[in-house]
Design a protein around this ligand. Structure first.
Ligand code: NAD
Length: 482
């Protein structure tokens, strides 16, 4: 049994501080492999972290763009230089296959680099007053202390895409990563601790969401909360922030459709559907869990999907050639299996997979489940499962496919496979989603453009790219008469 014994304390006020308890970080590919033992904070340690961030805020808000650039560039460079090692850590703690894990780490490195540049470009606006002789400046100022709460499915990219802009725009930070994957955030904190950041500007508290996440959300000195996670928790976070008039940003679930039209290139469509629905074990908020296929190509598409699913290797995330790793933990595996049960009970045809798999190591392996001949009213097509489970829904034509695609409480990403410019253009205009993909998987996005959804998927301003500034800054309008 491999066991990493190094202590992983909290990072508060520039010091490594012992938590009140510890918890093992378990590898879902091999539950006998303990990735590390990580400290757990309690509410009083969250208060200490917020106090450290509050004390550090005045100096950091006045830091120069060069200081911010240097810190973020250092972190980005080190993450990129260590991408293979950090990618292995990510694969071990989350179960994402190694190639995807290294890709996620690389993305996190580039996010820091991108926001290093943004720190230099954070200008204001100048305009002449309507009154004679008066000048008006619109300045962007940091919020102050921000609380960042992240989910388990992107253990380094999401902490990076919240932390980097927060620091670039002059905020101080308390980060609370998901309890299942503290390792990547801890590694990121360790790099930040050597980056030249003054003590207290960045703080890490690991532990249970309903205890310390809640303490962070309700702390009166936290000016803004950026949350990514489930709709259930997100709603409570937004209400708590509204009650005390704090700024809040939520990125939540999806039930993303991929429309496949008769005129699509079958190979492109099957590739997009397999990747979007099942890669990363379907554990992506942008996963294509509803595949809506028009009638003439329906049978051909389903046959090709079943054939290609049979060729995929489901195994240890670190093993060479693995296409799909395990489900993240037992709770999520049980949830996936119960939805597979609902799908059968409601009359969907389970055309592939859906059964637990055993491998040489004890892990949470599940054969990707493809339901066909489903309807959009079934629970598997309405509720976010967050596992390798997708439903194929037949549609008579493009118009019906678009109606089905939009018939969901979510609106994160919507995709279409077609060779018709007319349908692609119409779909881009009429899909009710924050992101639209044409001839691409619904999952897989760039790091330099905004990310976010409509309807029940998102609340507040967009994350990532230059749009991140809307959340992490506030506008001050200054009038000057000579
Ligand atoms: P979750 O809502 O259970 O937890 C998210 C975070 O909130 C964790 O850090 C958790 O510890 C914390 N938390 C839990 N209870 C809390 C409370 N009462 N107060 C404050 N914080 C609390 O979500 P999860 O299971 O970690 O992640 C899966 C969800 O995340 C899925 O719904 C998925 O769609 C969503 N997600 C969305 C995006 C996006 O950008 N839209 C990206 C990735 C994941």
């Amino acid at each position: 049994m491999a066991q990493e014994r190094t202590a992983h304390h909290l990072y508060i006020g520039g010091e490594w501080v012992k938590g009140v308890a510890t918890a093992p970080n378990v590898n879902p590919s091999d539950i006998d492999d303990i990735v590390g033992i990580y400290d757990q904070a309690d509410e009083s340690q969250v208060r200490l972290a917020v106090e450290a961030a509050r004390s550090a805020a005045p100096a950091w808000r006045n830091s120069t763009p060069q200081q911010r650039f240097d810190v973020l560039d250092f972190v980005g460079s080190e993450i990129l230089a260590r991408k293979d090692e950090l990618g292995r850590l990510l694969a071990r703690e989350e179960g994402k296959v190694l190639i995807e894990s290294i890709g996620e780490v690389t993305r996190a490195g580039y996010i820091f680099k991108f926001f290093a540049g943004e720190a230099l470009r954070n200008g204001g606006e100048h305009i002449r007053s309507v009154r004679p002789g008066i000048e008006v400046d619109m300045l962007r100022e940091p919020l102050g202390v921000v609380g960042l709460i992240s989910p388990w499915n992107f253990p380094i990219a999401i902490p990076a895409w919240k932390t980097a802009p927060a620091l670039a725009y002059g905020n101080t930070v308390v980060l609370k990563p998901a309890e299942l994957v503290p390792g990547c955030s801890w590694a990121m904190a360790e790099i930040l601790s050597r980056s030249g950041l003054p003590a207290g500007v960045f703080n890490l508290t690991t532990g249970k969401g309903r205890i310390i996440g809640n303490a962070l959300v309700n702390h009166p000195d936290v000016a803004g909360i950026s949350f990514t996670g489930s709709v259930e928790v997100g709603g409570g976070v937004a209400s708590a922030c509204a009650n005390r008039l704090a700024r809040v940003q939520l990125e939540m679930g999806g039930k993303n459709p991929l429309v496949v039209l008769d005129d699509s290139d079958l190979e492109v469509a099957v590739g997009a559907a397999l990747n979007g629905a099942f890669f990363s074990t379907g554990q992506r908020c942008t996963a294509s869990s509803r595949i809506i296929v028009t009638s003439k190509i329906y049978r051909q598409f389903v046959d090709a999907m079943v054939r290609r699913l049979g060729e995929l290797k489901i195994d240890d995330a670190l093993a060479a050639g693995t296409d799909i790793g395990p489900v993240v933990d037992k709770v999520q595996l049980d949830k996936d299996l119960s939805y597979i049960g609902f799908g059968k009970d409601e009359g969907g045809t389970l055309s592939f997979g859906g059964e637990r798999l055993t491998r040489s190591r004890k892990g949470f392996y599940l054969a990707p489940a493809l339901f066909t001949d489903t309807t959009n009213a079934m629970r598997i097509n309405r509720e976010e499962i967050f596992g390798p489970v997708a439903g194929v829904i037949p549609a008579k034509d493009y118009e019906e496919a678009l109606t089905l695609a939009n018939d969901t409480p979510f609106g994160l990403c919507s995709g279409i496979c077609t060779t018709s410019l007319q349908h692609a253009s119409h779909f881009r205009r009429n899909a009710q989603a924050g992101m639209v993909m044409v001839n691409l998987p619904t999952a897989g996005v760039d790091y330099h453009v905004p990310f976010g959804g409509k309807k029940g998927s998102s609340y507040g301003t967009r994350e990532q790219g230059t749009y991140a500034r809307e959340f992490y800054t506030t506008v001050k309008t200054c009038y000057v008469a000579p």
